[in-house]
Design a protein around this ligand. Structure first.
Ligand SMILES: C[S@@+](CC[C@H](N)C(=O)[O-])C[C@H]1O[C@@H](n2cnc3c(N)ncnc32)[C@H](O)[C@@H]1O
Length: 258
């Protein structure tokens, strides 16, 4: 699809969704006045993250004192079914991230309430829900679907039906979803950021998520190397995060007030 067609399709999809007009307005303003700032500080953070990075299992041991098993060992049947569903899905979205990191964060905190931004197929939702389901806890997710692809109905496609009762999905941009989620539940045990990857969007959401995370709760952000928002946030808040090298990308994680 040409760039022009992609933009036209996305724009038309926005027009059909009045609840996403505020995000459309923000995107237009950003593209006119602030195009380059999405990648602000990318080089600086790449060398910072590379110098600190450990593997997923090292991070789980260091932070939680747990020897992580892989999802293949923990949930072989559920994983195979989810992978099969991903293959069958007519819409192509991003693949699975650091599932064990999310799962063990929920186990470590005995999570009752987890908040995530960015769902797509639902791999991170799958990881959190497999832990939450054991305690009848709740996952609150914010996701504005890939509008260029008519992908609405496929958001969370790989999440098994038997754990969906523990899941509340808010289908708006984060700036609209998060206030709605905080009205339903104020304090969370784990927060996971994986939605808007622009500097401003990340910085805004990090402060929101941090202030609604309990002491001893776990903060995780995917793709921290797209710009320096995570590094700058941690430096400002005097947090020394653990950085996980995951398939060539970096994930940031820390326990609040530890
Ligand atoms: C990388 S994918 C999420 C992957 C997911 N966490 C997983 O593990 O499968 C990012 C998702 O965030 C959504 N998104 C992007 N910008 C957003 C925003 N401002 N508010 C809410 N969702 C957004 C995208 O539409 C997409 O579904």
């Amino acid at each position: 699809m040409s760039e022009f067609l992609r933009v036209a399709k996305t724009f038309t999809a926005y027009l059909r969704r009045p609840d996403l007009y505020p995000e459309l307005g923000r995107k237009i303003i950003k593209n006119i006045f602030n195009r380059k700032s999405a990648f602000k500080g990318k080089e600086k953070t790449l060398s910072w993250a590379s110098s600190k990075a450990v593997s997923q299992s090292e991070a789980i041991y260091k932070l939680f004192g747990m020897n992580a098993k892989s999802f293949e060992e923990l949930f072989p049947t559920e994983l195979k079914t989810a992978q099969q569903k991903e293959r069958e899905c007519p819409i192509k979205m991003g693949g699975a991230g650091a599932l064990e990191l999310i799962y063990y964060s929920c186990e470590f905190t005995n999570a009752q309430n987890v908040l995530e931004t960015g769902v797509a197929y639902g791999w991170s939702s799958f990881a959190a829900l497999l832990s939450l389901h054991q305690r009848n806890g709740n996952l609150y997710s914010s996701d504005m679907p890939y509008l260029g692809q008519d992908g609405d109905e496929f958001v969370g496609y790989i999440v098994p039906n038997n754990i969906k009762m523990n899941w509340k999905l808010f289908r708006f941009a984060d700036r609209e979803s998060l206030p709605k989620i905080f009205k339903e539940n104020e304090i969370f045990d784990v927060v996971h950021y994986d939605s808007d990857k622009a500097y401003e969007g990340m910085s805004w959401a990090y402060h929101q998520l941090f202030s609604h995370l309990r002491n001893g709760g776990v903060f995780i952000s995917d793709d921290i190397n797209d710009n320096s928002a995570f590094q700058d946030f941690c430096e400002k808040m005097k947090i020394d995060p653990t950085i996980v090298d995951f398939e060539g990308k970096f994930v940031g994680i820390f326990i609040k007030n530890q």
